[in-house]
Design a protein around this ligand. Structure first.
Ligand SMILES: O=C(O)CCC(=O)C(=O)O
Ligand SMILES: [Fe+2]
Length: 221
């Protein structure tokens, strides 16, 4: 539906998620009709962030991309697949649910990312390209990606912002700040305006949590 406001969607589940986040104290909605994008500063405490960073440093390995495009420098960060039974991770999952009402059954297991100086995740969308070669493989069990929840765990000394170029919005890393956006348009189709770039870290190190949700149960909970 052209011109539809970002707090209105044809999907009652998405609407419930939006309403839930809008009711949270300190919530900010980025003012654009193109994407439902929410920011919540201080979602995690600095102490919790430091504990998650320790986990990432212990478990990190090179990141992968889902639809390889021939550019080996496309995503140069490292990834940590958290232990899903770790009480700290379980607690953060529960708080993401309490905040957003995003059903954890539809969530992929939470991941951490670490970017050293010069590392980045070039402009991409989190949904799987319906034209992509591996679309069937990626979506056959749990379906397409729906919502993304991301939390910055620290502030690199320079660089490392997340840039949404289609809506001209750049979000600066800040310890404990959560970002959440809907990767779908109101009619349920993938929203290309969600394109975003985890920009190069220029000084220091950047740590984040990423959590992606799907259309159907992931099958782990
Ligand atoms: O690092 C960032 O700012 C963005 C990360 C991201 O887009 C992702 O992990 O999908
Ligand atoms: Fe992303």
């Amino acid at each position: 539906m052209a011109g539809q406001e970002d707090d209105v969607t044809d999907n009652p589940y998405d609407q419930m998620v939006i309403d839930s986040m809008m009711a949270a104290p300190g919530i900010q909605r980025v003012p654009t009709p193109k994407v439902s994008l929410f920011i919540r500063r201080g979602f995690l405490t600095p102490e919790e962030c430091a504990q998650v960073i320790e986990r990432i440093d212990r478990g990190r390995q090179p990141s992968t991309v889902t639809d390889y495009n021939g550019d080996a420098a496309f995503r140069t960060s490292e990834t940590c697949y958290f232990d899903v039974n770790d009480p700290l991770i379980v607690d953060i999952d529960q708080r993401i649910f309490a905040f957003s009402r995003l059903d954890l059954k539809y969530g992929e297991p939470m991941q951490g990312q670490r970017y050293a100086v010069g590392q980045e995740f070039k402009a991409h969308t989190d949904y799987f390209e319906p034209q992509g070669a591996d679309y069937q493989t990626h979506t056959q069990v749990a379906g397409q990606r729906t919502w993304t929840v991301m939390i910055y765990l620290n502030e690199p000394e320079a660089g490392g912002a997340t840039r949404f170029k289609a809506i001209d919005k750049t979000v600066q890393p800040e310890t404990g700040k959560l970002l959440a956006w809907n990767n779908r348009r109101p009619d349920g189709s993938p929203n290309p305006s969600t394109i975003h770039h985890g920009m190069k870290v220029r000084a220091g190190t950047k740590y984040i949590i990423t959590k992606w949700f799907r259309e159907r149960p992931w099958g782990w909970a």
